[in-house]
Design a protein around this ligand. Structure first.
Ligand SMILES: [Zn+2]
Ligand SMILES: [Zn+2]
Length: 277
């Protein structure tokens, strides 16, 4: 029995995945899965291998296929009665993109005349959401375009950036309760992702000490990140999360930065570039 909160990575790789798997993590409580963060191509079989069941709640950070393509498999399993309907938490700025990428077919399955979303409990998210009576903050990160990608925080326990460039000002605001910070990082950065030199330049020592890096390009890259002095998540690895020092409730509206809830952002022409997902 693993008491308390933990975050287990079922994949830690970039869009090429491979043996690392596509980046996805599961928030656990007392050893039980509570919330899956992202659902790429291999997330579902890895989740099932780990827990012997299908996920019941998922948060989506953004619509690159290494983070959402498993939803199609899940839809099929729900439709065929093999899995229960899933609570799907989706930031409002990416709803249209998500629909257009995976759910816009008139006949998503041969079986039955139903819409793709009939199989899910779809929950739009702005500044955050309640899940199992805990409040999760959602905030915009830097990945391709404004409003395109989002991170997640459970106050006092963890912050998960999703795919992003460095966001020091966001971490200072949202990771102010000593949360463990799980952060996108490759050995070599690019216009859409963080690299080792970015982390060393953009974050002060107290933030760097709290980082756990994931979404890297290879096992060799992970070794180099470790040699540089960083904690690195490996596929299957579980991180115990500290106890919250105070109860947390949704922020009052007047103090919420105006980063979420903006109009849906149309995908720019660079979204189809390979290797930057
Ligand atoms: Zn990605
Ligand atoms: Zn991405």
């Amino acid at each position: 029995m693993n008491l308390g909160w933990a975050l287990r990575f079922i994949g830690t790789g970039a869009s090429n995945g491979g043996t690392l798997g596509h980046s996805a993590a599961v928030l656990e409580r007392n050893g039980e899965p509570v919330l899956l963060i992202d659902c790429g191509q291999d997330a579902l079989p890895r989740f099932h291998d780990t827990y012997g069941e299908w996920p019941r709640a998922i948060f989506i950070t953004h619509v690159h296929l290494d983070h959402i393509s498993g939803l199609e498999q899940l839809h099929g399993r729900i439709a065929l009665g093999q899995a229960d309907p899933v609570r799907l938490y989706v930031p409002t700025p990416i709803i249209r993109q998500l629909h257009e990428r995976i759910a816009n077919l008139p006949h998503p399955l041969a079986e039955g005349r139903k819409n793709f979303w009939d199989r899910f409990r779809f929950i739009p998210v702005a500044q955050g959401f309640w899940h199992e009576e805990h409040w999760f903050d959602v905030f915009e990160v830097r990945h391709h375009a404004p409003g395109f990608a989002h991170g997640l925080r459970l106050s006092g326990h963890f912050l998960y950036t999703g795919d992003t460039r460095p966001i020091p000002e966001v971490l200072r605001h949202y990771a102010a309760s000593d949360e463990r910070i799980f952060h996108d990082c490759s050995l070599k950065g690019n216009p859409s992702h963080t690299g080792l030199d970015d982390v060393q330049r953009e974050y002060e020592a107290d933030l760097r000490d709290r980082l756990v890096l994931y979404h890297y390009e290879s096992e060799a890259a992970a070794e180099r990140l470790v040699e540089a002095g960083f904690s690195v998540a490996r596929p299957g690895q579980r991180f115990m999360l500290g106890a919250a020092r105070h109860m947390h409730a949704p922020p009052v509206l007047s103090s919420v930065p105006a980063t979420n809830g903006s109009a849906a952002v149309a995908p720019g022409p660079d979204l189809s570039r390979r290797g930057f997902e």
